[in-house]
Design a binder for this molecule. Structure first.
Ligand code: TRP
Length: 338
């Protein structure tokens, strides 16, 4: 069975952008792959180093969101990145194989730095070694567990490319040791916000969270952008420029009827929005029921995280034996007590 390694930073709740961008494909793939999903707390600290309590709280929230979304602990291992010191070790070895210039060229890191001026300065001149290097630690996350496939959103592709470069260089220098992973993009690698923005994100304030209540969903949907040329309720309109229709399509709600009625002018936007809010609420209901169950059973969540972490650590230990051997670091067979 091939292996999936993927995960998210614990920095807030998951929204529909995360769900359709990557989490749903993890849920669908977990039955056919050995699946490891990491809660990347070490990576979250690279831009939240001053707020460890926030990261800590979000580790639990992210675990709840994963379980709510349908990650099934019988089929997937959910684990905490900081509990796998082998990954930190591998990161150090990898750091010799990547130039600083290459890290500066990573478009995702660049974009993040430009959004974090308060932390890293207006021109990013205060960027830390840790943040610049987090794609190296991400390469270690993936390869320390021998990952084959990495289901992620579009913004993560530069990191997977960087991982592949590191693996090739490592294997070239130290001999065939590591697997070269591939990214897996979902059908909808990036979804638009209700405001029509190209991206749904917390910072753009246009996100619908998996845990949003019916009222919150309705409020957000009522503000969605529709065809600007439609003035009156029974004007014909173009659903292709309407975010409400975009979301109906995303959750596959009555699409043909809605499209035909909208084009004919037989569908008012307010009614259409209410219908969408209702459909989204129904769509999210099973997730929220699962979330509620696990909120009431925190011990079960802890057990899932402990078991997942033990399984991930065992794999990383095996891979690191190989790495240390190939790097001529296997002194005393890795055991000074021997
Ligand atoms: N960079 C990812 C994010 O921002 C999180 C992440 C850390 C990750 N390590 C990973 C994703 C390994 C896939 C594989 O959410």
């Amino acid at each position: 069975m091939k292996t999936i390694i993927t995960g998210d930073r614990p920095t807030g709740r998951l929204h529909l952008g995360h769900y359709f961008g990557s989490v749903k494909s993890r849920v669908d793939l977990q039955y056919d792959y050995d699946t490891y999903i990491l809660i990347a707390d070490v990576q979250a600290l690279t831009d939240n180093f001053e707020a460890p309590e926030k990261v800590r709280k979000n580790v639990h929230e992210l675990a709840l969101d994963y379980l709510a979304a349908g990650i099934d602990p019988k089929h997937s291992h959910i684990y905490i990145q900081s509990l796998i010191p082998e990954v930190a070790e591998l990161t150090v070895y990898y750091s010799n194989l990547v130039s600083v210039a290459r890290l500066y060229r990573n478009p995702t890191t660049k974009n993040e730095v430009s959004q974090k001026q308060e932390l890293f300065g207006e021109k990013g001149e205060g960027i830390t070694y840790g943040f610049l290097g987090y794609p190296v630690s991400q390469a270690a996350d993936i390869t320390a567990l021998d990952g084959d496939l990495v289901p992620v959103g579009e913004d993560q592709l530069p990191h997977i490319e960087q991982t592949r470069e590191i693996v090739r260089k490592f294997n070239h220098i130290y001999g065939e040791t590591l697997k070269e992973p591939s990214a897996y993009l979902s059908m909808t690698p990036r979804i638009k916000g209700l405001d029509g923005n190209e991206k749904m994100s917390k910072s753009l304030n246009n996100a619908i969270y998996l845990a949003d209540t019916e009222e919150e969903i309705l409020k957000k949907v009522m503000s969605a952008v529709t065809d600007p040329n439609k003035i009156k309720k029974d004007d014909p309109a173009n659903p292709d420029v309407c975010m409400v229709y975009y979301y109906h399509k995303l959750i596959n709600n009555n699409v043909d009827t809605i499209c035909a009625e909208c084009k004919k002018g037989a569908r008012g936007c307010v009614a259409c929005k209410k219908e969408l809010a209702k459909a989204l609420t129904e769509y999210l209901r099973p997730m929220q029921e699962r979330r509620h169950y696990y909120e009431e059973h925190p011990d079960e969540v802890d057990t899932i995280l402990k078991e997942g972490t033990k399984a991930a650590k065992k794999r990383a230990e095996e891979v690191m034996m190989r790495v240390r051997e190939h790097m001529k670091l296997d002194y005393f067979e890795n055991n000074p007590d021997k």
